[in-house]
Design a protein around this ligand. Sequence first.
Ligand code: ATP
Length: 353
Amino acid sequence: MEQKENIIELKHITKTFEDGFHAVEDFNLEVKRGEFVTFLGPSGCGKTTTLRMIAGFDIPSEGEILLNGKPITDLPPHKRPINTVFQRYALFPHMNIFDNIAFGLKQKKMPKGVIEKKVKKVLELVDLEGFENRSVSTLSGGQQQRVAIARAVVNEPEILLLDEPLGALDLKMRKEMQLELKAMHKELGITFIYVTHDQEEALTMSDKIVVMSEGKTQQIGTPEDIYNEPKNAFVADFIGDSNIFNGIMTGHLRARFCGGEFDCVDDVEEGTHITAVVRPEDVILTAPAEGIIQGEVTSVIFKGMHYEITVASGKNEMVIQSVKSAKPGDKVGMRVDPDNIHIMIAEDHTNIF
Ligand code: ATP
């Protein structure tokens, strides 16, 4: 398969603010042309700061940003072929929709006929055909955000940055817009760099996810990689629901955690302290005698498509996603296929058994 070239590269980027705070530290990233890349992490982890450096609103304290192989680290925002959509739509309230979208094109002194064509085309793209003369105040939040997106793509940037663009919308509208944005990305073929702290949103939309915490990259990979092969306990905990245990390797491909000895596929040296991660959907409930570990059901919550069952096993607790129900007080066994046990070298050696 043809390998696409990098459109943007961040090399050893650090941002230290005047008060000495390191918002981003030694951040490295390569984005391919046309990719949908998402920065995902908790509030304050440096997502917006990184985006602002790509846009040119902030200058890195250290490191280099390359666009199509050429340095742009200090280039002012208006000289970069990059546009940003913010969480708050930032539309001009006194202008109608046409003027809001046409604003940048008029400043570039494009011919009127060309502007009209371009505005019409982006309004179709965001599903707002015929809205040219409406005033901003007559639009819903979702419609206003579509106008903001139309305005950002009308002058055909190479990269579109989206900073929590759906953050102000209600859940239903958010879900709808996620799918629409993904479709728009496909249709436009431009590179999207998206910021969110919502892991489900990141998993749904992205080609590549950059998981961040405290200004550092924790893992970069496809949604499947990040979900199925979390690199550390932070990623495992942040993406999806996880059971996380401290443990130790007791032999070749054998690990002890949660009061039992499990076969696993990660080849880690015997005696190594580990963190073992098991997804709730990967725990198999059995009769007590058939389980690797045993326990007692403490709670059962109906979740629509499945039940969330919590089982106490010694001092540990295992959360299980199951299509079959159970009752608090039931005695059960639990097994996990070796493939579904994710072993990491322990970062925190305390609390082992
Ligand atoms: P959120 O999801 O809440 O928007 P974020 O991951 O986008 O968070 P940033 O906005 O990049 O986080 O902020 C990263 C850290 O840098 C935060 O602790 C923030 O307080 C700090 N920070 C941001 N701007 C400045 C500034 N101008 N001066 C000092 N510290 C700043």
